[in-house]
Ligand binder design. Structure first.
Ligand code: FES
Length: 620
């Protein structure tokens, strides 16, 4: 029997399955953890999943184990649902699937005059006449005006121009990218009405469909980067492509497959075909941008960390391998260096820092790595801090990425620990923002001291509940902290914050804090000169700024100055797509920015050691 597709939202996994296997069996092969107590026997009723594609009626077991309300919402048991056609399912039954577009949507905050990278110019071309016998292209160029005297045309456009002009009775729209005509389009056709942007993250890929007439998002799709199976960070990817025959080709192919899948879904969301799209902008870190263009990023992995290119470049998408219109153009954002990529330049563009003459903006993009900038339109400093993976929950005993089951925020209320768990279930572990919050609460209550030692430090005499969660290790002075007991946790395990986890956090936050300090020193300013702090990235967007200050990752400043930018790389790429002035500004930012190489900086080590300790000062 034929194979079918199972599309799992919101992670947007696409799984090839054999006809008739159950959703449960299909999901077992992925990293998604499906709740089960009966291992697929159909008796526990735990493996709930929302099936979006219409399918046949529920079987007896489903009717018995699911409420009629759940059945009405399309919730089914994965182990009782065989796949007999292409299916779209939603793995998070708590959430409404239509939310997906909302969650990722970040509205435009600045007023930008629309002047997209693609021009659509309505024209009435004079029909050919005997007197001049001017060519079709010549007549077209002359009606576009003197400013288009240097107009070029793609071979694809030229090859159908004779028929296209006549089919539209010489009335239509010329689609131009800078000085090149890409297509002749009938009036009212969706050709060229939309553009796309890609945020090419090491872990997550995001695509947005942008209406170029209105400058608004029409759809957002995100997807796990399939390259993650060859390493979670760029260094391991580079290692892979160096060690493997055709490694670069394979990594690039995986990326293009993902991006083309995103494109198809975006087009479907906008009610168009991918070949109606003529322009795209991509932003990513320097390595990911290299992989997209098929360039070898090996130079980035070792000193002196030289990439092949940092300039912003425009290529026909067909050459790159993106399946838009064959003559569409892709612009890849400029980068600054091997570690200051197009994503940081996009972030700076989105923050508006470069538009400021006097206001001083600090920007932190905190995820697996930390990229930081400080400055304005006069002077702009950038650096990359090896913050390490702790801030994304990695290398922490019970750490996890921010997904269902992760403790995302922690408060100490009347001496007891209160936390929020993503998905409103019992906790499975701590993600980065939860870890930062927890450390802040423990510092506040004197369960953690400035040097990072867990223990009874005596500040909190009023409440004994938090200290009671300290768990001494047998025959040792070392204490760990019990975040959730087996009864409180999702899977009956004790969730602990170990003393070593605190060390990992100190290394990560110390690297960020030292980087911020050195940029301030380099700029010759103190923290009170900073007017605005922009936060972006997996951690940056979700971390509680007060907690980040309490643990000393951010300097102490007025929390009202801190703004969360959402997906700043995508916003910057969108700005470059919808406005030529913003596109030029992105290039100007890359020229203006200075890159401070921390590993060479004489003061870095000292600043890093100093920033490892926690501040001895409460913020609330
Ligand atoms: Fe228990 Fe499906 S796994 S009912």
């Amino acid at each position: 029997k034929k194979s079918l597709w199972l599309n799992v939202l919101p992670d947007d996994l696409w799984i090839r399955v054999k006809y008739g296997v159950t959703i449960y069996e299909a999901l077992r092969k992925t990293t998604l953890d499906l709740d089960t107590e009966c291992n697929g026997l159909g008796t526990c009723g735990k493996c709930k999943i929302k099936v979006i594609t219409p399918i046949g009626p529920p079987d007896r077991q489903e009717q018995r184990l699911l409420s009629s309300e759940e059945l009405d919402q399309g919730i089914r048991l994965a182990c009782r649902t065989p796949i007999r056609k292409d299916l779209v399912v939603f793995s998070d039954t708590q959430r409404d699937p239509t939310e997906l577009f909302q969650i990722l949507k970040h509205g435009q905050t600045q007023d930008i005059a629309l002047d997209p990278l693609l021009d659509r110019i309505p024209v009435l071309v004079p029909p050919p006449d005997l007197q001049t016998a001017a060519s079709d292209f010549h007549r077209l160029r002359s009606v576009l005006g003197a400013s288009r005297d240097n107009l070029k045309i793609t071979h694809g456009c030229l090859s159908t121009l004779y028929a296209d002009l006549r089919a539209t009775e010489f009335r239509g729209e010329a689609l131009l990218h800078r000085e090149c005509m890409l297509a002749w389009s009938p009036v009212g056709s969706p050709n060229g009405r939309y553009g796309v942007i890609f945020d090419i993250g090491t872990t997550t890929l995001v695509g947005k469909l942008i209406d170029l007439d209105q400058g608004v998002e029409k759809g957002v799709i995100s997807r796990l980067n399939a390259q993650t199976r060859f390493g979670s960070n760029i260094i391991s990817r580079i290692q892979y492509l160096r060690d493997t025959k055709n490694g670069l080709r394979r990594l690039r192919r995986l990326l293009l497959n993902d991006l083309n899948a995103i494109l198809r879904r975006l087009a479907r969301a906008g009610g168009i075909e991918p070949h109606h799209i003529f322009v795209a902008v991509a932003a990513g870190n320097t390595t990911m941008q290299h992989l997209l263009l098929g360039l070898d990023p090996s130079g980035i992995a070792e000193a002196p960390f030289a990439p092949v290119i940092t300039e912003g470049v425009t290529f026909p998408t067909q050459k790159v391998g993106l399946e838009l219109h064959p003559d569409a153009m892709l612009y890849v954002m400029p980068a600054k260096s091997g570690y200051i990529g197009g994503d940081l330049i996009s972030f700076i563009l989105a923050s508006g820092a470069a538009d400021q003459e006097t206001e001083l903006v600090l920007g932190l993009d905190l995820g697996t790595n930390g990229e930081i900038f400080l400055g304005n339109g006069r002077r702009l400093l950038t650096c990359s801090a090896a913050a390490g993976p702790a801030l994304e929950g990695a290398r922490i005993q019970h750490g996890m990425i921010a997904k269902s089951g992760a403790i995302e925020s922690v408060r100490g209320l009347e001496g007891e620990l209160r936390y929020n768990v993503i998905g409103n279930i019992k906790p499975k572990g701590l993600c980065g923002s939860g870890l930062v919050d927890l450390a802040a609460v423990l510092l506040h209550h004197g369960v953690l001291d400035a040097e990072g030692v867990l223990g009874h430090h005596g500040r909190d005499t009023e409440f004994e509940l938090l200290p009671a969660r300290l768990a001494p290790r047998p025959r040792s002075e070392v204490m760990d902290f019990v975040v959730a007991t087996p009864e409180e946790s999702f899977d009956g395990r004790t969730i602990k914050l170990l003393q070593n986890d605190i060390r990992e956090l100190q290394l990560a936050k110390g690297a960020v804090a030292a980087a911020v300090q050195l940029l301030m020193d380099e700029m010759g300013v103190t923290v009170d000169r900073i007017d605005r702090v922009c936060m972006a990235g997996a951690l940056g967007n979700y971390v509680n700024p007060l907690s980040a200050m309490r643990i000393g990752m951010l300097p102490f400043l007025d929390p009202a100055k801190i703004v969360s930018m959402g997906n700043a790389a995508a916003t910057g790429a969108t700005l470059a797509l919808i406005s030529k002035a913003q596109w030029q500004r992105a290039n100007a930012i890359a020229d203006l920015a200075d890159h401070v190489e921390l590993s060479l900086h004489p003061g870095f080590y000292e600043a890093f050691i100093a920033a490892m300790d926690f501040p001895d000062r409460n913020v609330w």
